[in-house]
Design a protein around this ligand. Sequence first.
Ligand code: 6R9
Length: 630
Amino acid sequence: MSDRIHTLSGYLHEYQKSVAQPEEFWARIADSFHWRKRWDKVLKWNFDGPDVKWFLNGKLNITENIFERYLFTIGDRPAIIWEANDPNEAGRTLTYRELYHEVCRFANALKSKGIGKGDKVIIYMPMVPEAAIAMLACARIGAVHSVVFAGFSSNALADRVNDCEAKAILTSDGNFRGAKKIDVKSVVDQALEKSSVETVIVYQRTNQEVTMVEGRDYWWHDVVANESSESPAEEMDSEDMLFILYTSGSTGKPKGVVHTTGGYMVYSKYSFENVFQYSPGDVYWCTADIGWITGHSYIVYGPLLAGATTLMFEGVPTFPDCGRFWAVVEKYKVNQFYTAPTAIRALQAYGTTEIEKYDLSSLKVLGSVGEPINEEAWHWYHTHIGKNKCPIVDTWWQTETGGIMVSPIAGITPTKPAYATLPLPGVQLCIVDPEGNELTGNSVEGNLCIKFPWPSMIRTTYGDHDRCKQTYFSTYKGMYFTGDGVKRDHDGYYRILGRVDDVINVSGHRMGTAEVENAINEHPKVIESAVVGYPHDVKGQGIYAYVICDLTNRTEDNLINEIKEMVSKIIGPIAKPDKIQIVPGLPKTRSGKIMRRILRKVAENSLDNMGDTSTLLDPDVVNKIIEGRQ
Ligand code: 6R9
């Protein structure tokens, strides 16, 4: 494996090459993949459009780089190991060969339902191997998948179905999560009341009763029953769409981040192998859900492109008890374990008794993703899970970046608690001040930008290219703006400080404050609302909503509960506000802009320095808000 970084000097050397000669650098990496036709040109780009293309006119199919590439050598190696929600239910293992045949069967089933190249397919499924099979089957036939986290509400699902004009939905009857059995198909039915989706394929997981619509709904086991286990891969262009993944931004409407085929393939495998230092035979486990980008790049595509064994877990960290993660690590002798700070903090609260019961000696590398990891959680993870011998890779990246951008390379580059540390080769970071001037040298703090394209970067936001331009490429000219604040310390290591825009990060889930406000405003008694994040011990950030209501014939308490339910219904339980304060007014400037800075200070209870409130339309409203603080 010539693309593997083995030493610190090797990293420095590769990094320098990647900056000095990016095209040569990425061409060398891309050459280790199977292309039906090699590209004519490595990169063509400008960030004004933006218009970025990698491996121009290259022809390939990403699944050929998983299956045709590995079947004759490691066909019998486990590709996916699946652990069920219930520890007493048998797990499943699919070898590369078995996975290949399942993908082909399902690809043929999709084709027989008239789904083909360029069609959009929504995947709204629990964490079962069939979810990965669904993604890969779409990729096999050139259909564009858009996975929607199965915890989203029917409204949120409907928005995504309609935005991408999905032709089909792949789903399940229900979903097991901890002690609960959750309806899935009925959520889809509701979402489809206002849409023209032609086909729904339902994987039977919970055996619960569901309604099947004649001519539209089919059981997964029926549609694959008579299909062949071979299915020729569709030839795709490097820049053909591979998937759309919806994510939140600072405006109310989630945007469909578009990733294309060639560059995403190259970067997801390259970053996976290097960051986690995966060796053949290792068992790698990422606890994310496939509904998020982490599940796409580091449960499915990255590991499978690398011929790795990827573990998929259906359940939750605290079921049947808070030792579940460690029981699974012991059971499968997991070597690389990748999770989120919110899970680490939640488990930290239970103490170490449940950890000491299990043999965690197989672990070699620990990973963290989704939000800044605080030093305390970092040390706890390092000591109690890694037993002081596993490097922690704190990986900073985004749905839009497609793959890990800033992270230690396990065991090779240094780690530093709470620091994502150094950029991967090919990643040209830049810290800017509010005016967009680059801050050079060390010991600086500002906004994080990226000044040169990388292969797995966002190409557009589906159906609205201007939105992509406005959101990422207009704040600072000629640069991709991440929305994150960052510090480069005296050693040149990067520490991510969190979002600088109106995006909050609750348990690693991104949410736009405007999105939550829109949901709150749906309540007929709500006049206006403003949402901010505040520090939360387990979730990282909690949601604090200030709401102006019409209280006629209502008590505050029942209104607050109704509003919480409203948000849960419109977006999903993950967006339910932790605190709602009914207020008589909001702090607004004379031009009508809500001063969120003040609301954030009240929410986090730092009341001593409220800053200048004299420009407010009604400065007195601040005192009333402080008095009613929750
Ligand atoms: C992969 C993923 C992206 C936002 C990002 C940042 C935060 C992610 C982080 C981190 C500090 C890390 N974030 N990883 N902050 N350290 N290691 O999470 O994608 O859901 O799009 O969220 O998450 O704020 O901008 P996504």
